[in-house]
Ligand binder design. Structure first.
Ligand code: PLP
Length: 358
């Protein structure tokens, strides 16, 4: 009875993970209680937490010179935590503006420092990525922040910016979808509710030498150093989200890890973009080299058909295809937990809808 879920987040979770969580829901490993009801400091939960971190480190090849933090507050909290923790003595940071999430990060950072927008694609309605040689980088910046995948616009970087300052990335909607070299980054953060697990958890990967730069005024709950020193248990963490994310990491390893996911994801995205491009009815506005593997926005030839498209999709078991409220149209989010059959079913529905309505 489960349908195909194309939601941008909270997003699909692998069915096998949900089944296992269901089995363990009220009685975890014969302990007579659920994970949700355990102390976060109990040996049982600590073992779950440590296993999740170890698996995540393995999946992303994260070295010992990085701390991995399991925080709350969503990726949006990181828009403030990043400057609070990384500005150090510097009064300025570099930001790249490639869409709605970049803009939010820029606005929030503006509360704490001078924000230097090194490049922007707003003049193309965020359908491109500004060429790197046009970026106005500042050597005095505390760090360079960018959004490798813009969830709303469907624009993705397939290269990493080169900077002399620590590189900071909001990977909320691309983390674990394809291989990346963590060593190129000073800090990576991601809200969990796309490729990691349920909402309520935010993962931060931070190079340990950056942990000493926090402002004196940085609240303890926002301090990476405090979180690192307390194994992300300075206060009560989001235990159930942490546990469930651990199950997703185990599932990812069973699938062959990130390298295997990358192949499937590339295939899924290529199929969908090919179909859209050749349809003569659907369109995707993003320049080809920067099309997101995870979030595929598309429009219909006539927006008056949008409602009928969504209604029919829903009836066909294809859920949550409505585009973000700020851009309209459609958006198919095809994260790791969205199987290739879901994309095949979507394409079949789109072809049929076109035939009936073009
Ligand atoms: N950054 C990106 C790229 C996102 O896609 C989102 C949410 O969709 C956010 C930040 C905000 O995340 P949260 O709702 O966890 O604060």
């Amino acid at each position: 009875t489960r349908k195909f879920n194309f939601c941008a987040g909270p997003a699909a979770i692998p069915e096998a993970v949900l089944q296992r969580a269901q089995l363990e829901m009220s009685d975890w490993h014969d302990r007579g209680l659920s994970i949700m009801e355990m102390s976060h400091r109990s040996p049982e939960f600590v073992s779950v937490a440590q296993k999740a971190e170890a698996d995540f480190r393995e999946l992303m090849s994260i070295g010992d010179d990085y701390a991995v933090l399991f925080l709350q507050g969503g990726a949006s909290s990181q828009f403030a935590s990043v400057p609070l923790n990384l500005l150090g003595e510097k009064g300025t940071a570099d930001y790249v503006n490639t869409g709605q999430w970049s803009k939010k990060a820029i606005k929030e950072a503006g509360r704490f420092c001078d924000v230097n927008v090194v490049a922007s694609s707003e003049n193309t309605s965020f359908s491109t990525i500004p060429a790197f040689d046009s970026w106005q980088l500042n050597k005095e910046a505390a760090y360079l922040h960018y959004t490798p995948n813009e969830t709303i616009g469907g624009v993705e970087f397939f290269w990493e910016p080169q900077a002399d300052v620590p590189l900071v990335a909001d990977m909320s909607s691309t983390i674990l979808s394809r291989q990346i070299d963590v060593n190129k980054f000073g800090l990576i953060y991601a809200g969990a509710q796309k490729n990691i697990g349920p909402a309520g958890l935010t993962l931060v990967i931070v190079r340990k030498d950056l942990l000493d730069r926090a402002q004196a005024s940085c609240p303890a709950m926002f301090s990476y150093k405090t979180a690192a020193e307390n194994d992300s248990m300075y206060n009560t963490p989001a235990t159930y989200s942490w546990y469930l994310s651990g199950l997703v990491f185990e599932w990812l390893k069973e699938q062959g890890g990130v390298a295997a996911m990358e192949q499937v994801n590339a295939r899924k995205a290529a199929k969908l973009y090919d179909f859209i491009d050749n349809s003569g009815f659907y369109a995707n506005p993003v320049e080809r080299a920067s099309r997101s593997l995870m979030n595929v926005p598309f429009t219909l030839a006539d927006s008056a058909l949008d409602k009928a498209f969504l209604l029919g999709a829903d009836e066909s078991g294809l859920l949550n295809l409505k585009g973000h409220r700020s851009v309209g149209g459609m958006r198919a989010s095809i994260y790791n937990a969205v199987p290739e059959e879901a994309v095949d079913a979507l394409i079949a529905y789109m072809a049929d809808f076109q035939q009936r309505n073009a």
